[in-house]
Design a protein around this ligand. Structure first.
Ligand code: 57M
Length: 357
């Protein structure tokens, strides 16, 4: 909104020209989301405590998690709120891509909210039924993918490191894009099992897509780097910037020992937003590198379940893989920070693909 109200004033004073720049608005979107989180965070945590919205921790194997019982959850609602407010303030709201990412983020957040609500407020064991939850996620992702297809998003998929490999999926791009969004959403959800474990790599991943959105949306830079030019996608840097700010703000409270958990309302929405950024910036396959940590967490579950089913043996002491290290005796902060380090390396490798191809 600031863009719409203040940029037109440039005809009266050149200072207002600054509002046209994506870089300027991205930085202030991040700062707005960060400051709003600092302001809302303590109030929200107190409210959640008063409302008794506390985590119900599983009381079987991981005894170190018992002390986490009752930690306020659903803090992801704050992430959703500050991202949306910041994007409304700083983004160009005539840009359709911005609305697609908002739709997916809020849509998946709403599904997560219903799931969390049934788990922690109405105390329904297991929350929403798995099938219903997945079908709702697919519906949101498909709606976004179909819309993008209709506004002529490129259906060509490129592969990082191989500049000559490009496959045109044509209408199969729709289920492919939905798969990227739903996959990312669930992978982040699986990762969210230790304090700050999901939100740290999320800062790295959103930061990487912030940069990529700017680059693919800039015709000169895109041509220079020989990457797909996506007109108007640069505006998504503002959205990704808000995600970085909101995630940093949430980490302030979620860092070990956590004062609040994000809940599915946070993990499903942030993961879905990341998947949508990957789709629109035409860096879908690169998400496997940028979000490599989330991928490894999801794969560890797939291998564990498949191995147990077919051989009766487990590959890991427990999946997702962060639980494996907990059972091996690593202290929680050590696992978290080492996973963050890996996510930083992955972000750097992903950015290097702009030159190494
Ligand atoms: C999300 N939720 C956390 C919190 C968070 C198929 C199977 C692998 C599924 C998986 C699962 O349920 N994943 C979904 C994991 C939970 O956190 C809540 O959930 C939200 C995210 N959706 O925001 O509200 C617990 O995680 C801990 N936590 C923190 N700090 C945080 O910042 O410490 C979360 C956030 C919290 C808290 O303890 O209560 C979760 O782990 O439940 N299931 C599992 O992960 C289970 N694994 C398992 O059963 N493995 C089996 C098979 C099925 C693969 C095996 O290896 O044989 C483990 N989960 C738990 N205990 N809690 C089992 C042991």
């Amino acid at each position: 909104m600031l863009y719409h109200f203040l940029f037109p004033l440039a005809k009266y004073h050149t200072i207002f020209n600054v509002f046209q720049y994506i870089t300027f608005r991205t930085i202030y979107a991040a700062l707005t989301a960060l400051v709003l989180s600092f302001i809302i965070g303590p109030y929200l945590i107190e409210r959640l405590k008063k409302m008794n919205v506390g985590e119900v921790v599983r009381k079987d194997v991981l005894t170190n998690h018992l002390s986490k019982e009752g930690t306020p959850t659903m803090g992801g609602a704050m992430i959703l709120l500050v991202v949306t407010v910041s994007v409304f303030l700083w983004a160009n709201l005539t840009n359709a891509y911005v609305w697609v990412v908002i739709f997916v983020t809020v849509g998946l957040g709403a599904i997560g909210f219903v799931d969390d609500y049934s788990k922690v407020v109405t105390r329904k064991k297991g929350g929403m039924r798995g099938g219903v939850k997945l079908a709702s996620q697919v519906a949101v992702a498909l709606a976004a993918a179909i819309f993008l297809y209709h506004i002529n998003i490129s259906t060509v998929v490129t592969v990082p490191f191989f500049k000559d490999v490009a496959v045109d999926l044509k209408y199969f791009y729709v289920p492919f894009a939905a798969l990227v969004i739903v996959g990312a959403s669930n992978a982040v959800n699986l990762t969210d099992g230790l304090d700050g474990l999901a939100i740290g790599p999320m800062i790295m991943a959103a930061g990487t897509y912030m940069l990529l959105a700017y680059l693919v949306g800039h015709v000169k830079i895109a041509n220079y780097l020989h990457i797909i030019y996506v007109p108007r996608a640069g505006e998504l840097a503002v959205f990704a910037g808000a995600m970085v700010g909101a995630s940093l703000g949430f980490l302030w409270f979620n860092t070990y020992p956590a004062q609040v958990f994000m809940g599915d309302v946070g993990s499903l929405s942030l993961g879905g937003a990341l998947g949508t950024l990957a789709v629109i910036t035409k860096n879908e396959v690169l998400l496997l590198v940028v979000g490599g940590l989330f991928v490894v967490e999801a794969l560890s579950v797939i291998f564990q379940v498949a191995s147990f089913k077919f051989t009766g043996k487990r590959v890991f002491a427990m999946a997702p893989i962060h639980h494996h290290y907990e059972l091996k005796g690593w202290p929680e902060p050590k696992i978290i920070v080492r996973f963050w380090i890996i996510s930083i390396i992955l972000a750097l490798v992903a950015i290097s693909t702009l030159k190494i191809r």
